[in-house]
Design a protein. Structure first.
Lengths: 427, 511
């Protein structure tokens, strides 16, 4: 009996992917809720790692006719001391009783693992970058090349062999070009033929066929096709993200941590939309400087607070390195809200005249101490200033955050999909 | 001394070939097994997980519930809660066995003996499989089903198809013909039939028929209730069959989907009835083959010990008060019974002669076993062949739990002279699928009135349907029937215990 041994290991995997996607699609709202809940409890670094989520099984339950209750009979192994007629006390759900399989009411939560991509997808699913279209295609210098059908003329390097051969075949069939085996058959017939008259007829036929073959070329210049390309403007696929942070003495570790979380989320989000994302860290006290990430978050610094210095620095960096027509520019500023009083006017001017016009999005995050009691007192000077600007029409997004768990909701809130006009007026 | 099949744990495809040849030699010469041609496929853990989620079949139509299965298995596998099976074997011809790549050479030998010869013989010879499944056609049929479901999704939308399949799946356990009588299933013909029917519909489609005025309908009072029930084939316990044939407003493609689900349920029906026997057979066969190979010196003592360790794990039966206990292990019970039969046939005691006069001392072990494997299912197998000695060995006892009984759970019978037969009868009943599944049948349709579909659940021993699930399943049923559905639970004396009535959801609400 022949036995086939087949190595299937190299077959493409992921056969269940389609079913899995169907399942996720069906459970989308449930999974999404679970993802948000999970992400709140998670450390920021792990937020994108995918991982286990738990959803209520209610919507995913597959019902069957099942019976329960009633009189039960069971045969069990391992009797030690019972004799016929003994009575066993029911101890709530005794071990002997509880032999039913897991399918059923008890199955109220369903745990499974989401991959990193699935997790981020669901997490960011209903979020949208504001003003995404603004500079998408406008003023692009770069052009991409894209296939655009076939042409009759072109350079030999672009000949499309398959298309050419196909057309040639069609033409040969249409014009009834004799096939090679037809001629061979005829030649064989001639060779085998003994009757002289018939031979003449056959030779004549062969002559005709050969002539026809000559007349109708195997490949005609008419058949040749070239691949056509056309140039298309390429959308700007790069973005730069400016992180501005006040590092003066009044910013505690907790506040910096909050800011860092926000920046990371923004980074992840941008990363999904743009091929290439640059990050510029600008920290400021009463002076601003561009620093690396480590210094940004952990480097010691002290001094007063001049927000305008940071804005000025950002403006200069944009002018030098990030041409607004080539880059999508995003900025997020984190601060505890302190700013020296005299700086207000300059800050406002820089923001409205220089920064906001080139930015896709500018978010201000006011971070507070855990507990957030400070917010109840009065608005900080920076908040007051920004609020005034916004009320006069500047496209600013601003939020206050004082707890870790608020970061995700705030982020969500900022980027929620909404009517375009609302963005400016939303609180 | 014969040449060793392999050394150590490593194997390659030549080793597999040698192993299979060696197993085949023992299986056919010593055990006299009769198997489908074998096809052995080596797969990865990920592919094994894929196979898990489509009920072990190599191909299946797409449905979210399989994705759910996959997510579940994957999560427990990753966390290490669950090991993967060493193999999966498919009742098809050729008989396909999937082997995990990470098995050692010993394990591959065990698995080939177990699946490619044990299960394979059982599939080919057991009467239930012969009667109900079509091993030659199943893979083609699944391929057809997959494509058909896909084409329906293209034509009628994914949501519509999903809705029908959801409903069909809910009724799957009641989409089975339990009694033979109809002709044997021929899945190839089935597939062609579906194609022909579709083609015919397309050819003869003429929109004009819709506009032909209908004559006055005949009065229905002339048809007596009895006649009506007969016309509809009532009572009918195969709910999917009934819906496919008689549901008034289903589209042809929906009927075809119900039919597909029904055929697949039917294909798996013998497996659920023969768990103990099937695993018992395979385990017995692998034990015999491995022992023989060891005797021949074709596997080393070390490899044999490795085999014994896996084997004892597989046939481990925890006792009822053990935290690991979760019912009878079909491998353990099946294997113990097969070995017990071997003992009765070769070395019977007086007790065995009295209990099993037909086989005691017959000395032809394989002859008896092959006959048993061919002609019994779990319920009848246990009822016939569970010996007092084995009952004593496993120390079986029967508990009777009547909720009305204040004193507690009564020990009804134990492994003694008075109890043997009662314990055995009860254990056999536990393995009777007809007894485990709720007995639900369509009894009537009110055709002259509101077309309400009436079902009865014959309650046994006071065990009624789980309410939440019953309502959900009935909802699916009503959606397919498109009129009200009533389910009445009646006890043995026809006393009504409970009545459910469910109305179909409007289509838009469901979608």
């Amino acid at each position: 009996m022949p036995i086939h041994i087949i190595d299937r290991r190299l077959n493409p995997g992921g056969k269940s992917l389609e079913n899995r996607q169907r399942f996720l699609r069906r459970a989308k709202s449930l999974v999404q809720g679970a993802v948000k809940k999970t992400s709140q409890e998670r450390d920021i670094k792990d937020v994108l790692e995918g991982g286990e989520v738990t959803i209520p099984l209610d919507g995913m339950h597959e019902p069957r006719f099942r019976r329960d209750g009633g009189t039960r009979d069971m045969v069990l192994p391992g009797n030690k001391k019972f004799i016929e007629g003994d009575y066993l006390q029911r101890s709530g759900q005794g071990s002997a009783k509880d032999s039913g399989p897991g399918e059923g009411d008890s199955e109220d939560a369903f745990r499974f693992v989401l991959s990193r991509d699935e997790f981020v997808d669901l997490f960011l699913d209903d979020l949208e970058l504001p003003d995404l279209a603004k500079r998408k295609i406008a003023h692009t210098e770069s052009e991409g090349i894209q296939r655009a059908g076939y042409t009759m003329t072109g350079s030999p390097a672009n000949i499309s062999v398959s298309r050419t051969v196909r057309l040639a075949l069609a033409r040969r069939i249409a014009l009834k070009r004799p096939r090679k085996d037809e001629i061979e058959e005829l030649e064989a017939a001639i060779a085998a033929c003994t009757d002289e008259d018939e031979r003449v007829v056959l030779l004549d036929q062969l002559e005709k066929l050969k002539a026809k073959t000559k007349r109708i070329p195997f490949i005609d210049p008419l058949d040749i096709r070239y691949r056509r390309f056309e140039t298309v403007p390429k959308p700007v696929a790069q973005a730069v993200m400016f992180c501005l942070m006040d590092v003066s003495g009044s910013m505690s570790e907790h506040m910096k941590d909050l800011a860092k979380r926000f920046y990371m989320l923004l980074y992840v989000f941008l990363k999904r939309r743009y091929k290439h994302v640059d990050i510029v860290f600008i920290r400021h006290t009463d002076r601003a400087e561009e620093v690396d990430e480590q210094t940004f978050f952990y480097g010691p610094a002290s001094g007063g607070t001049l927000v305008s210095s940071a804005l000025q620095a950002m403006h200069e960096i944009v002018r030098e390195r990030f041409n607004p027509s080539d880059w999508n520019i995003y900025a997020a500023q984190a601060s505890d809200g302190d700013n020296s009083y005299s700086d207000g006017e300059l800050t406002g001017m820089l923001l409205t005249d220089k920064i906001l016009p080139v930015c896709q999005f500018f978010a201000y995050l006011e971070v507070g101490e855990s507990g957030g009691s400070a917010f109840d007192l009065s608005d900080s000077s920076l908040w007051t200033l920004y609020e005034r600007l916004r009320n006069s029409g500047a496209p600013l997004s601003m939020r206050k955050v004082s707890e870790r768990s608020e970061i995700f909701p705030v982020f969500h809130d900022l980027f929620q999909r909404r009517e375009t006009s609302q963005e400016k007026t939303a609180p | 001394m014969t040449e060793r099949l392999f050394e150590g744990a490593d194997w390659d495809f030549h080793t597999l070939q040698r192993i299979t040849d060696a197993c085949e030699e023992v299986a056919t010469k010593d055990l006299g097994l009769d198997v489908y041609p074998n096809q052995i496929e080596v797969i990865t853990a990920e592919q094994m997980l894929d196979a898990y989620s489509s009920v072990g079949m190599p191909l299946f139509y797409k449905h979210w519930s399989f994705g759910k299965q996959f997510a579940f298995h994957e999560a427990s596998y990753r966390k290490g809660l669950m090991g993967l099976a060493y193999e999966i074997v498919i009742n098809s011809s050729p008989c396909i066995s999937y082997l995990m790549e990470e098995n050692t050479a010993t394990m591959q030998t065990l698995v080939i003996a177990h699946a490619a010869f044990g299960h394979n013989h059982f599939f080919k010879n057991n009467y239930l499989f012969r009667q109900w499944t079509d091993a030659d056609g199943i893979l083609d049929y699944l391929d057809f089903a997959k494509k058909y479901v896909m084409s329906c999704e293209d034509r009628y939308g994914r949501i519509e198809v999903e809705r029908t399949l959801d409903a069909a799946h809910a009724l799957m356990s009641h989409g089975i013909d339990r009694y033979p009588g109809k002709k044997k299933l021929d899945l190839r013909a089935e597939e062609k039939r579906a194609g022909r029917r579709r083609q015919h519909e397309e050819e003869v489609f003429n929109d004009l028929w819709r506009t032909v005025p209908a004559g006055k309908s005949k009065t229905r009072s002339a048809i007596s209730i009895e006649r009506r029930r007969k016309l509809l084939g009532l009572p009918q316990e195969n709910l999917l069959y009934f819906l496919e044939k008689s549901a008034p407003r289903l589209a042809p493609w929906q009927r075809e989907l119900l039919r597909i689900v029904r055929h697949i349920a039917q294909y798996f029906y013998p497996q659920s009835q023969t768990k103990v026997m099937n695993e018992g057979t395979a385990t017995y066969v692998h034990y015999r083959i491995m022992t023989k190979l060891h005797q021949q010196g074709r596997i080393t003592d070390g490899n044999f010990l490795e085999f014994l360790q896996s084997h004892t794990n597989v046939v481990f039966q925890p006792e009822f008060d053990d935290p690991r206990f979760s019912g009878f292990n079909p491998y353990a019970l099946g294997f113990a019974m097969m070995q017990d039969i071997e003992r009765i046939v070769t070395r019977p005691e007086d007790e065995d002669r009295e209990w099993f006069p037909d086989i005691a001392g017959k000395n032809d072990v394989m002859g008896v076993l092959r006959d048993v494997w061919a002609n019994y299912r779990d319920e009848s197998f246990i009822a016939q062949f569970l010996s007092p000695k084995l009952m004593r060995h496993l120390r079986m006892f029967h508990l009777h739990d009547d909720p009305e009984e204040r004193a507690g759970i009564r020990v009804d019978a134990i492994h003694d002279e008075r109890g043997f037969r009662r314990v055995r009868r009860e254990l056999a009943r536990q393995h009777d699928v007809g007894y485990i599944d709720a007995n639900i049948e369509v009894v009537d349709v009110d055709l002259s009135g509101d077309r309400r579909l009436i079902l009865h659940h014959h309650v046994i021993k006071g065990s009624q349907l789980n309410e939440t699930d019953a309502k959900r399943v009935l909802q699916h049923l009503a959606d397919l029937w498109t009129y009200d559905v009533a389910l009445i639970e009646v006890d043995a004396n026809d006393k009504v215990l409970r009545e459910y009535v469910v109305s179909p959801r409007p289509i838009s609400a469901v979608a």
